[in-house]
Design a protein. Structure first.
Length: 371
């Protein structure tokens, strides 16, 4: 996802290391010899999947080399907070990556780039097993587990993560924070004059009227903020190919972490799980049930869920349209998710808030009756 409020054109900030430079970097900064390297897709950072040959034979031998774009690299305390949070969560038993330390014992290193005076923050993170949930149609048990994980993760961060860097997570104008749906006004021009624009305008207006005044009644916490279909990895637990069972094996990409509210995390997870589902309106109840098994929502929080999910769809769609204008070469990729996203948002509004909530809450209730 994009990080800055007004991101500089990507060409200016995205690192462009070749595989040979990346290999030299791993050797120079981390003291490891690369035996195999290949690029991983990333929106505005540069990631490499790296295998190293270890003489000692101890520790992992696969890593992700993460080279952060030059814009975000100017906020080292934010990257520090994200990395410390990953280390904390891993120690708490969550499937998050941990950094391999540099030769001088740091979790990251600021390196000067190829052209000009650009500098990029470099980290080497453990490579997590599994495949993105986007590649499997998530079953009810997986959706439930994702909801449960979202609640446990936020609660662990809110209650026990006290690293000094945590104060950098107050990111008031951060465009992806769910409280900032009203900021989309600035970018809505990017939608042009199509049939969808009216729905997004409606979401923004209702959000200002019904969600913003309620924020102070929601329970605050630290959000991962981007539990999407590519940031959650799953691994197969069954040996029978005709009846695959999956469990969550990894949580990636903490770059959208910020202070927010518990209900934001469940809304974001519901929205992204809808994108992958053949029955989009059905998934919310399973995610909600998992979430509420750890942290039941209050009446106010439940009442905001429909607009929060719609708000995240709107953020995703408006920012994608805006970005497609900035970087036409990415348009193809950006518009694939958008197609499904528009379809689901329109369906939510055609079916209407009452009916959608009824589906969600009845599904969730069925779980509590079972237990």
């Amino acid at each position: 996802t994009m990080s800055g409020t007004d991101r500089q054109p990507q060409a200016l900030t995205k690192p462009a290391l070749g595989e040979r430079e990346a290999t030299e970097l791993v050797d120079r900064v981390f003291g490891l010899k690369v035996s195999w390297i290949r690029p991983l897709p990333s929106y505005d950072d540069q990631n490499f999947h790296v295998r190293v040959s270890s003489d000692s034979g101890e520790g992992a031998d696969e890593y992700v080399l993460k080279v952060t774009n030059s814009e975000d690299s100017r906020e080292p305390e934010l990257i520090e907070a994200q990395t410390q949070a990953m280390m904390f969560l891993s120690a708490e038993g969550f499937p998050s990556a941990t950094p391999y330390l540099t030769k001088d014992g740091s979790i990251m290193s600021l390196e000067s780039g190829d052209a000009g005076n650009k500098r990029y923050m470099v980290r080497l993170l453990t490579y997590l097993p599994g495949m993105p949930v986007a590649r499997v149609a998530p079953s009810a048990p997986v959706l439930y587990e994702i909801g449960k994980l979202a609640a446990s993760l936020d609660r662990a961060l809110a209650e026990k993560f006290h690293h000094p860097s945590v104060k950098s997570l107050h990111r008031g104008q951060f465009i992806w924070n769910l409280a900032n749906v009203p900021l989309l006004d600035r970018y809505i021009y990017a939608l042009g004059q199509n049939e969808y624009r009216g729905v997004v305008e409606q979401v923004i207006e209702q959000f200002k009227g019904k969600v913003i005044p309620k924020l102070s009644s929601f329970r605050a916490c630290i959000n991962h903020g981007d539990l999407n279909d590519h940031n959650i990895l799953v691994a197969s637990t069954s040996s029978s190919p005709e009846n695959p069972q999956y469990r969550v094996s990894g949580i990636l990409d903490f770059s959208d972490m910020s202070y927010g509210y518990y209900v934001f995390e469940v809304a974001i997870a519901i929205m992204y799980m809808m994108i992958e589902s053949p029955d989009p309106l059905g998934v919310g109840g399973h995610v909600l049930a998992g979430f509420e098994s750890i942290l039941p929502l209050t009446e106010e929080e439940r009442g905001a869920l429909f607009l929060l999910v719609s708000g995240r769809f709107s953020q995703s769609l408006v920012i994608a349209a805006h970005t497609a204008l900035l970087y036409p070469e990415n348009k193809e990729y950006l518009m694939i998710t958008a197609k499904t996203g528009w379809k689901h948002l329109m369906t939510m509004f055609e079916v209407g808030q009452d009916a959608v909530e009824k589906t969600w809450f009845e599904t969730a209730r069925a779980y509590t009756n079972r237990c």
